[in-house]
Design a protein around this ligand. Structure first.
Ligand code: ADP
Ligand code: MG
Length: 635
């Protein structure tokens, strides 16, 4: 006989591996329990990065003495009775596995006291212990305990897990140093703290206080936890959709990080690390950040529990959505609006010890609602605001009778009266403060300086011009393709695709056609491409066409973004970006004040004015408060 039943103890230890990977998983499960129990304060105490001790103390509703032995049994829960309850779930836990799993891989002690019910004698605290080596309850029933300190409350729970994996060498050896386990614990705790700003969280490790968060407003909590208390502006957008979907996004503007740890996803109060959501969070920033840099964003997504399946991942950190498109478009709208309104402006905050409020306000210079150029003197070579604002959509490229022209190469003529400019980005509101009358001059022959009232505004002349040139070149390329100004291929290219996608591909061919790729499905799983847009070029054409077809099949075609993504592959992007770079004014080039103003004006019409094509910022702001600090005007 080869197959043998595992002993209950081994089976239990194996099963626990699904839920409990490391100290951070214990902390996460225990904190989720505390939050489910309605705690308003929780305190975590660690020894040796959680390896020798993890203690979680809360002032939640507590566990009844007779329930204590059940709480540590697998598949025993107070949160769900029937499978259908998953559809209306409002708790973080539901499987009844966490305490059993923790008990299987460490020694567990629970002391709890329930909230007194009106008219009844207050219950006393009770205790239960689960011995790790025997996996036996030390006593079948809970024993009375004297313990009165549930964070100043008469009721609550204290759980202690000691010697995690100490009986399981195969798992113990995968634990990292105490410091690295601690930082993972801290990360999860911060996520949960963001999901419940109204709850106080304390983390103490080997007698060092690591976190001490009093109950806060959402914004305060985000500033404390994500922005490390620094005075970055926190921008906020909200999107509502039918069916009760609500997305609240908070963006710590100006923070750009070399990792994705500050992309926080909270879905129905649950801290997740879901790939789909992460993608949805990053997509709108594609144009605004350098490669390898990520924004700091906290997204609160609420939706009907029936529209998601939380039961697809052992640690519940990934979920499945019924309608993932709806999620994507909600993110697109909310984050798009944030970037649109506030810009991805580099912000000179950070190193300050200033209180947060004054500088946060400074990100909305008082003059900002005055329309761009409203007070500009009318002068030849510069359109007056009244000529300029109303016909927004058609004029951006022709609006300079005397275009911004600095060097030979910079004057490539891309003037095209028909070129469409997305109306909503016209005269970008956040750039309106950079009005000509606020122009001060040029610093270091590179930075155009503006007095914004409460801030010094700076524009990098090269980065800004690059952005303008890039958008012009892109528009021209797109326009040419759409006007069927195409390059016919001498020998048509055959691109293979998954035959089962034939119908889907065929229905999308008009999109390709419209971009200058004249093509037809010509055999099973074969697409014949007869022409390409002239900018595409012939090098490794087949590979690029194959990628195009894959993009076409995978793309959510919504509005113009999708179409542009199709057209603009990495290679064409690089080509246009480097052409834009070559034909732009450089740092150190002399720029006269008219050109400087024209540059800002044109930047204001760009779709993504905040960064050069490769993601370097075009603008930066230094709050007045920073100057006051330098000159010690602030006491
Ligand atoms: P689940 O959270 O999935 O129900 P757990 O194993 O985490 O499963 O917890 C089992 C049960 O123990 C919970 O359903 C809850 O009734 C109780 N419980 C656990 N921790 C606490 C706590 N801190 N406060 C109150 N009740 C708790
Ligand atoms: Mg639980």
């Amino acid at each position: 006989m080869l197959i043998a039943r595992l002993s209950p103890r081994v089976a239990e230890q194996i099963a626990a591996g699904e839920v409990i990977e490391r100290p951070a998983s214990v902390v996460k499960e225990l904190l989720e329990n505390s939050l489910d129990a309605g705690a308003t304060e929780v305190a975590v105490t660690l020894k040796d990065g959680g390896k020798s001790l993890i203690e979680v103390l809360d002032n939640g509703s507590g566990i009844h003495a007779e329930d204590l032995p059940l709480a540590v049994e697998r598949h025993a829960t107070s949160k769900l009775r029937a499978i259908d309850d998953l559809e209306t779930l409002h708790t973080l836990g539901f499987r009844g596995e966490a305490l059993a799993s923790i008990g299987a891989v460490s020694s567990l002690q629970i002391i709890s006291r329930v909230k007194a019910t009106a008219g009844l004698e207050p219950a006393s605290a009770h205790e239960i212990r689960l011995d790790h080596s025997t996996r036996e309850l030390s006593q079948a029933t809970a024993t009375p305990a004297t313990f009165g300190h549930f964070l100043g409350s008469s009721h609550g729970t204290r759980l202690r897990a000691e010697g995690l994996f100490s009986q399981i060498p195969a798992r113990l050896k995968f634990l990292k140093s105490a410091g690295s386990e601690l930082s993972q614990i801290r990360e999860w705790m911060e996520r949960l703290a963001l999901s419940h700003p109204e709850v106080g969280f304390k983390l103490q490790s080997d007698d060092r206080v690591i976190l001490n968060l009093r109950p806060q407003s959402i914004e305060e909590r985000i500033r404390t936890v994500v922005a490390d208390g620094e005075d970055f502006p926190i921008q906020h957008a909200e999107v509502l959709r039918e069916g009760g979907l609500k997305l609240k996004a908070y963006w710590v503007q100006g923070m750009s990080l070399p990792h994705t740890r500050s992309l926080i996803q909270l879905v129905n109060g649950r801290a997740l690390r879901d790939r789909l959501i992460q993608q949805a969070m990053l997509q709108p920033f594609r144009q605004s950040l350098l490669p390898g840099k990520f924004p700091a964003l906290v997204a609160y997504l609420e939706l009907d529990p029936r529209e998601l399946d939380v039961n697809v991942h052992p640690t519940k950190s990934e979920i499945r959505f019924l309608d993932s498109r709806k999620i994507f478009t909600a993110f697109d709208e909310a984050l798009g609006r944030l970037i649109q309104q506030h810009g991805a402006v580099a912000y000179v905050g950070g190193a300050s010890s200033l209180g947060s409020s004054n500088v946060t306000n400074a990100s909305h210079p008082s003059g900002m609602d005055v329309p761009f150029y409203s007070a500009a003197p009318h002068s030849p070579g510069m359109a007056r605001s009244s000529d300029w604002l109303p016909q927004a959509a058609q004029t951006s490229l022709e609006l300079q009778p005397q275009p911004f022209r600095l060097s030979e190469s910079a004057s490539v003529d891309v003037t095209n009266p028909e070129a469409p400019v997305p109306a909503q980005t016209f005269g970008n509101p956040a750039l309106q403060a950079f009005r000509p009358e606020n122009y001060l001059g040029i610093l270091f022959r590179t930075y155009l300086a503006f007095d914004l009232g409460d801030e010094l505004g700076l524009i990098d002349q090269h980065a800004a011009h690059e952005r303008i040139r890039y958008e012009q070149l892109k528009l021209r390329a797109l326009k040419r393709a759409q006007n069927s100004d195409v390059q016919n291929l001498l020998i048509p290219e055959v691109v293979r695709f998954d035959e089962s996608r034939s119908a889907s591909l065929e229905s999308r061919l008009p999109v390709l056609e419209n971009l200058g790729f004249h093509s037809e499905v010509f055999g099973p799983g074969q697409l014949l491409v007869r022409s390409i847009p002239p900018e595409w070029g012939n090098v490794e054409l087949r590979i690029h066409l194959k990628n195009l077809v894959e993009r076409l099949l995978g793309l959510e075609l919504s509005g113009t973004t999708g179409v542009e993504q199709l057209f603009l592959d990495e290679r064409l992007f690089e080509k246009l970006a480097s052409e834009a770079c070559r034909s732009s004014v450089r740092a150190g080039d002399r720029v006269d004040s008219w050109s400087a103003r024209a540059l800002v004006e044109q930047l204001g019409t760009c779709e993504h004015p905040w960064n050069c094509p490769h993601g370097r910022p075009t603008t930066a702001r230094v709050p007045k408060a920073r100057f006051e600090e330098w000159f010690q005007r602030i006491v």
